[in-house]
Design a protein around this ligand. Structure first.
Ligand code: BTN
Length: 271
């Protein structure tokens, strides 16, 4: 691999605004950076510990899915956070991370991104990034012990292309071999920079307007899924003030759904 495409702590730090907050660990390979970060957090790993891997052998997605993580083609990273709020608010970390990834890609490239509620970033109607937030609460309490924020971004197309099942639904920021120098390192730093602009005042939700503007589901027809089973069809009306998705079912009933309970599928999506 050319040195300009390798992961480098030095270059990430050079581009990072808040150098003191982060403790960066780069791995060639791991099963999942989220699993690695959880182990570290359970052993008193400090807030700001960031695990980045060049490839993952069992990258994890939401709802028990896997996350394809071919070597050198993406950003696979997990950040340990110890926010001082109740477990129900952990969704704010996911939505802030989605905002940060969207802004970072747009700051560094000419691509336009959209956010698919609640945690996916899209370019040209295909998924380019997924986010998996895993929260662990203190024993017998509603307070958070720690949160692991996992972010996976497809930066370049794998040489052999995406696996068959992802071909029609996934994309990368660049086509294979067309990536600017040190792009992965710069994008990692930019995502963290955007994240840290809001993280200290997360409960203010100042990024809600941006998140709403970028929502690709608003106005669209969706299937509402519970446990992966379609349980209704609806039109998306808006994102509410708590990042819930407000939908109108065909019988006129309006409901705001929360990410823990259901997921949605755009009607034109094969996912
Ligand atoms: C999803 O799309 O459902 C979420 C995907 C999250 C993938 C990232 S890659 C880094 C971190 N480690 C994992 O095992 N998963 C997350």
């Amino acid at each position: 691999m050319k040195s300009s495409t390798k992961l480098s702590e030095k270059i990430i730090l050079k581009n990072l605004d808040n150098k003191d907050f982060f403790k960066i660990m780069i791995l060639d390979t791991t099963s999942s950076t989220n699993t690695e970060a959880k182990k570290i957090a359970e052993n008193d790993g400090s807030e700001g510990t960031l695990i980045i891997a060049d490839t993952q052998t069992s990258g994890k997605g939401r709802m028990g899915r896997s996350f394809s993580s071919p070597q050198g083609c993406g950003i696979y990273m997990s950040l340990i956070l110890k926010p001082d709020f109740a477990a129900e608010r952990a969704l704010l970390i996911t939505t802030l991370a989605a905002t940060a990834v969207s802004k970072a890609i747009e700051n560094l490239t000419d691509k336009k991104t959209g956010i698919k509620w609640v945690n996916d970033i899209y370019i040209d109607n295909k998924k380019v990034c997924g986010i998996l937030t895993e929260a662990v609460s203190k024993a017998h309490s509603n307070e958070l012990k720690f949160v692991v924020l996992g972010i996976g971004i497809n930066v370049t197309k794998p040489q052999k292309g995406f696996p068959e099942e992802l071909k029609d639904i996934a994309c990368s920021i660049f086509k294979h071999g067309k990536t600017p120098d040190h792009f992965r390192n710069k994008l990692i730093a930019e995502v963290l920079n955007e994240f840290m602009k809001e993280y200290p005042n997360l409960l203010n939700c100042s990024f809600l307007d941006y998140y709403r503007e970028k929502s690709i589901l608003t106005g669209k027809r969706v299937n509402i899924l519970k446990c992966n089973e379609i349980c209704g069809e609806a039109t998306v009306l808006d994102i509410d003030d708590n990042f819930g998705l407000t939908v109108r079912y065909d019988d006129g009933k309006i409901e705001t759904i929360n990410s823990g309970e259901v997921s949605v599928k755009k009607k034109d999506e094969n996912e």
